[in-house]
Design a protein. Structure first.
Length: 134
């Protein structure tokens, strides 16, 4: 029996970056749900959380909540859910430290797409979906 299609919730207000990441992950066999702000991402999460395997979100948005607000929303409902936060504001040597125990990882833009894809695949594959979901 083939593995089910993996799904990534991708959140960024940079439409060019969304297209590049989406195309790369789709070529790797991922289904992509995309939003350009956190409020829309929360709506997508609420409607599809049982099928989402990982979230990759920008940190800063022009208005409204941040990517960390999205991570908090998700991880309060599914503890340890795989989340990657990306930002153009962090210098690689100054980015926040990864939190493997919480399955939360940070990467500075620009990043190597293959490294991000490997990270998303690794953390989503290792995460065990709870039997009962909120």
């Amino acid at each position: 029996m083939p593995d089910r299609t993996r799904t990534l919730l991708l959140v960024d207000d940079d439409s060019n970056l969304l297209i590049i990441i989406k195309m790369f992950f789709q070529r790797q066999g991922w289904h992509i749900l995309e939003a350009d702000n956190v409020n829309d991402a929360i709506k997508l999460w609420t409607a599809n959380h049982r099928h989402i395997d990982a979230v990759m979100t920008d940190y800063a948005f022009p208005e409204g909540p941040t990517g960390l607000d999205l991570v908090t929303h998700i991880q309060m409902r599914q503890r340890g859910f795989p989340c990657i936060v990306i930002s153009g504001a962090w210098k690689p040597e100054k980015r926040p430290k990864d939190e493997p125990a919480s399955n939360l990882f940070y990467r500075a833009k620009p990043f190597e797409i293959r490294e991000i894809a490997e990270l998303v695949t690794r953390v989503s594959s290792a995460w065990k979906r709870p039997e009962v979901e909120a």
